[in-house]
Design a protein around this ligand. Structure first.
Ligand SMILES: Nc1ncnc2c1ncn2[C@@H]1O[C@H](COP(=O)(O)OP(=O)(O)OP(=O)(O)O)[C@@H](O)[C@H]1O
Length: 772
């Protein structure tokens, strides 16, 4: 290990130069190709717009033109696709030109005398004879680079397992075509390169980590077997990074069967979505779909305001022990199982059917709908519901047919303008009808159908079932476990009813309610989604995860989280969690992986952060130098603001990112208002923000989930402000956002969460400030 002899270095730089020259040549030829494709595209577009301006007087002409137009359109879209393929190729070459590769492995296959040298980069590159100059990091052979120590190694290929001998492993840092550093290592991926990468300053968006993926991370990235992969990883261990590289890997691995939009990631907030948005494009892949749980639930509960996790966190009213027990119950798999049982056994008379109204009058009465349901055979509830729907539509059609004979309809027809009449004829023509009467009857049905559109929509959208009343009825008949008091549960049910009255839906009820609705009406399932990722899974209840599984029944699941970062929730052992999920999901190949090494923060920061936790010993700090975290005890708020300002001036002098994290939004507002008078570069972030502006940011901790900053200042971790054990996860999340510097501010005595812990000597620097 260590820096290499100059001669070796020169040889490698020569190779880099040679590869770069090959890339340059490729860029030239592809650019020419691109220009050609672009010109072709332009031509078709011009042609297309010339064609679209032809006049439409002759009806038969119109048909011909539209066939021609369709052809043109197809041609145009093929050209657009072609152009975008060439463009992304060009982009790949341009990235490779800066840094063609980051690794080299020397291998010798059994029985062969020769040693082969393979270079590994973010994308593959071949010369004109199809020889690999650079291997894609996701190629089967590249796994050796991440997994193998020197000596005999094996790797998976589509043709089965192969073995080879790994003779050398070399890492490079190449920038602008220049080798900045290079190391030989016999470890998986050596620490020196990692030191170098991690020591750098934070960017506005996350970077890919392909050059330095660690062995445990590689296991997550390349797992293609598991149908449920649960990752418990400590703060800063690379969970989010692993998700993104895994997606890139899967897209490569199943190039033919998998598209980026068949992958969905549930992310903690919008800032986070923006933060990670560059990683996949930097690897030449399209981004997956991203959604927050709140967005997903609200979209499915249209017309209701679904309480967000943040709303709930903000109002974290101290729940009584009984209320907590009710919440735990409602978030459990048992509760979801009870819903399933209820739906399977629901008697027709217990269905909460709604009458369908038209113009304020009953069109289909409750009794009629119930009678239809009652008469149907006792099949699966969703199936029976669907058949009910079909009967209703049939009856609607019959009523339309008879209503079409009504006098008001013929009166309406008499008064139709020619234009309106033709409009109603739609695609039909005069000679489509045998007699004029038929045509008039057709128009009459059209008129009535249009008028009764709202009835049709109501049937189509399942409005004849009231899922809210049904859910409430479910709660009313539920047999409660011993831990739950019936009066507290009755209060909870009342709270749900009241919320619905005001078009609100409590978060705890959203997933169970949707589950019930989907089971009874047979909707809400997306069979096209092939992979479901959940980041920060500790903020989801089992019930919510179970609903996601129900909503994406065909998706492989990868759930990642850190139980220690739970906000206002008790910590659960990952093994228990996996077992619970396994039972609830009925999966075949579950797997639990752990990441214990933390890369984000310096050694002193991780050492301090882990000391806060009762089970912090599992956390392994990555060895990177830095200052010891500091706690500033101020006498009052004004003094605290002043000292923050001083710290910020120091922190921003180095161009780094700095964030002040608060317990909740109110405090973020407050700090922002005070600080704004002292400096111009401060921004307050709220949950509608989608990007991270430059300068100093003030934000509540839950919006900082998954993010990182060079300097973090934790606001007012005092005895009074952090006086609850349940805030430990909050404090730990705050502290673990810091990459290089961590400052904790406390007005008055510090929180017992810090003072009661036996912190290792010298792990925290304490400064008392007197008021002035
Ligand atoms: N193998 C690696 N090589 C280089 N950098 C890495 C590696 N693994 C993680 N990192 C860096 O460590 C930081 C933390 O990674 P990431 O955000 O993925 O962790 P996380 O487990 O999702 O964290 P948290 O749960 O605290 O939000 C990032 O800056 C990431 O780039």
């Amino acid at each position: 290990m260590g820096r290499m002899a100059t001669e070796e270095y020169k040889l490698e730089q020569d190779r880099v130069n040679w590869v770069v020259s090959q890339i340059k040549a490729k860029i030239q030829s592809v650019s020419a190709e691109y220009d050609k494709a672009h010109a072709e595209m332009k031509l078709v577009q011009q042609n297309y717009s010339a064609n679209t301006s032809v006049n439409y007087i002759e009806v038969d002409d119109r048909i011909e033109t539209s066939a021609e137009l369709q052809q043109q359109r197809a041609l145009a879209s093929r050209l657009i696709e072609n152009e975008s393929i060439i463009k992304s190729q060009l982009e790949t070459y341009e990235t490779l030109q800066q840094s063609p590769y980051f690794g080299r492995i020397d291998i010798s296959d059994p029985g062969e005398a020769e040693t082969e040298q393979l270079y590994i980069g973010t994308a593959s590159l071949t010369d004109n004879d199809e020889n690999f100059l650079v291997y894609d990091w996701r190629a089967p052979i590249s796994s050796i680079y991440y997994n193998g120590t020197l000596g005999e190694v094996s790797y998976e290929t589509p043709a089965g397992q192969q073995t080879t001998e790994l003779k050398k492993k070399r890492q490079f840092l190449i920038q602008n075509g220049h080798i900045e550093s290079m190391f030989d290592t016999n470890e998986t991926v050596g620490d020196e390169m990692l030191q170098h990468v991690l020591g750098q300053q934070n960017d506005e968006t996350m970077q890919n980590i392909v050059a330095t993926i660690q062995r445990e991370q590689n296991d997550i990235i390349r797992d293609t077997r598991s149908d449920l992969l649960v990752v418990q990883g400590v703060a800063g261990s690379g969970k989010t990074s692993a998700i993104l590289q895994r997606i890139a890997f899967l897209l490569y691995h199943s190039r033919k069967e998998l598209e980026a939009d068949q992958i969905v990631l549930f992310s903690p907030n919008k800032l986070f979505s923006h933060y990670i948005s560059d990683v996949l494009p930097s690897l030449g892949e399209r981004n997956m779909r991203q959604v927050t749980l709140a967005e997903f639930l609200s979209q499915r509960l249209q017309g209701l305001n679904v309480e967000t996790l943040f709303d709930r966190y903000e109002q974290s009213v101290d729940l009584s022990a009984e209320q907590q027990a009710v919440r735990d119950f409602q978030e459990s798999a048992t509760y979801m199982a009870a819903i399933n049982d209820y739906c399977q056994q629901l008697k027709p008379a217990d269905f909460q059917f709604n009458a369908i109204l038209f113009d304020g009058r009953v069109f289909f009465s409750r009794e009629e709908i119930e009678a239809i349901y009652q008469k149907l055979p006792d099949v699966h509830p969703a199936e029976r519901f669907l058949r009910t729907k079909n009967v209703l539509i049939k009856r609607l059609k019959r009523r339309i047919a008879s209503e079409a004979k009504a006098k008001w309809v013929s009166d309406t027809i008499d008064q139709l303008s020619d234009e309106a009449y033709h409009d109603l004829l739609g695609g039909k023509r005069r000679h489509d009808f045998q007699q004029l009467d038929d045509e008039v009857a057709f128009i009459a049905r059209k008129i009535v159908t249009r008028r009764l559109r709202t009835v049709y929509d109501a049937i189509y959208n399942n409005y004849f079932l009231d899922p809210y009343r049904q859910y409430s009825a479910f709660m009313a008949q539920l047999k409660l476990p011993a831990s739950v008091s019936s009066s507290t549960f009755a209060e909870r049910r009342q709270a749900f009813n009241d919320a619905i009255e005001f078009h609100n839906c409590p978060l705890v009820d959203a997933a169970p309610l949707l589950y019930l609705r989907d089971l009874l009406t047979g909707g809400g399932q997306n069979f096209a989604m092939k992979h479901l990722f959940v980041d920060e899974m500790q903020d989801y209840s089992i019930a919510q995860l179970q609903y996601l599984h129900q909503a994406f029944p065909k998706a492989h699941m990868t759930f990642l989280g850190d139980s220690q970062q739970a906000l206002f929730r008790s910590v659960q052992r990952p093994e228990d969690l996996l077992n619970e999920l396994k039972a609830a999901f009925n999966v075949h190949r579950p797997r639990l992986l752990k990441l214990n090494r933390s890369y984000r923060s310096t050694y002193p920061i991780t050492t301090f952060a882990k000391a806060l936790l009762p089970d912090g010993n599992d956390i392994e700090a990555f060895n990177r130098d830095g200052d010891v975290p500091k706690i500033l005890i101020s006498a009052d708020e004004a003094a605290a603001i002043k000292s923050i300002n001083r710290e910020l001036t120091r922190a921003t002098a180095t161009q780094g990112t700095a964030a002040i994290l608060t317990k909740d939004l109110d405090q973020a507002h407050d700090v922002y208002q005070k600080l704004r008078h002292l400096r111009q570069d401060v921004t307050l972030l709220t949950d509608t923000d989608r990007s991270l502006p430059k300068g100093v940011l003030v934000l509540p901790v839950y919006l900082a989930k998954g993010l990182e900053f060079d300097t973090v200042i934790c606001w007012n971790v005092s005895e009074t402000n952090f006086n609850d054990d349940r805030l430990l996860g909050t404090l730990y999340t705050m502290a673990s956002r810091a990459m290089h510097d961590l400052v904790i501010v406390s007005i008055g005595a510090a929180s017992p969460l810090i003072t009661k812990r036996e912190l290792p000597v010298g792990s925290l620097q304490i400064e008392h400030e007197l008021s002035n």
